[in-house]
Design a protein around this ligand. Structure first.
Ligand code: HQG
Length: 182
């Protein structure tokens, strides 16, 4: 039986952070040939039977749409630390959310939201999704509400990740609605 959660974690690691470790040729948008990914996975006994259909099931079974398959290729929709060219610039919804640890707030208010270890800052389409993101860092996280309409109007680029995740290069605290005060 294939553990699709574990498979998804390994595929995410390969496609977001370390394609080189797996000998993958990744194009500038982050796409990798499925045949190549499968050959790389097959070198590990744990994944020796994984098929393309398993990758499809891995995506289907996950609550989050982390990966997308198209024309024999697969890519991670978001989360990269390696440099990827995201061509999916799109007008965002009026409000987006970023849930974070309270201990980061002072720095965020001063420097704005920065990508930190990733290529982009991740914003969520709804509060529930945001809460799940923030909960990873703090059991009582803080939700920042972002005036995406204003930021977009000011020329800040927003990139589409999936139906719940939006990406930006960085975002100043001037776009926070009712920001925390210290
Ligand atoms: C914080 C997961 C101090 C930022 C999630 C965040 C998401 C600052 C942390 C996706 C800062 C980075 C990404 C500043 C930002 N000073 N801290 N100026 N600017 N930060 O994990 O957004 O399950 O790299 O608030 O669900 O938490 O892997 O980013 O707390 O969609 O598919 O620096 O990863 O998806 O943390 O999460 P992360 P994130 P998966």
């Amino acid at each position: 039986m294939i553990d699709y959660t574990k498979l998804s974690k390994e595929v995410s690691y390969a496609l977001r952070h370390n394609p080189f470790k797996y000998g993958l040729e990744i194009d500038e948008e982050g796409w990798v040939l499925i045949s190549q990914l499968l050959s790389a996975l097959h070198k590990d006994k744990k994944w020796s039977n994984v098929t393309e259909n398993d990758l499809v099931l891995m995506i289907e079974k996950s609550k989050k749409k982390r990966h997308i398959i198209l024309n024999g290729k697969i890519k991670a929709c978001y989360g990269h630390s390696i440099s990827i060219k995201n061509n999916m610039i799109k007008e965002p919804p009026e409000i987006l959310y970023h849930d974070t640890a309270r201990r980061f707030l002072k720095s965020i208010m001063k420097k704005g939201l920065l990508p930190k270890g990733r290529q982009y800052v991740h914003l969520s389409q709804d509060m529930e999704t945001a809460y799940e993101v923030g909960y990873r860092h703090d059991k009582e996280p803080y939700i920042l509400k972002i005036d995406a309409k204003k930021a977009w109007g000011d020329g800040i680029k927003f990139y589409y990740g999936n139906d719940k995740v939006w990406l930006v290069d960085e975002i100043s605290s001037i776009y926070f609605i009712n920001p925390p005060t210290f």
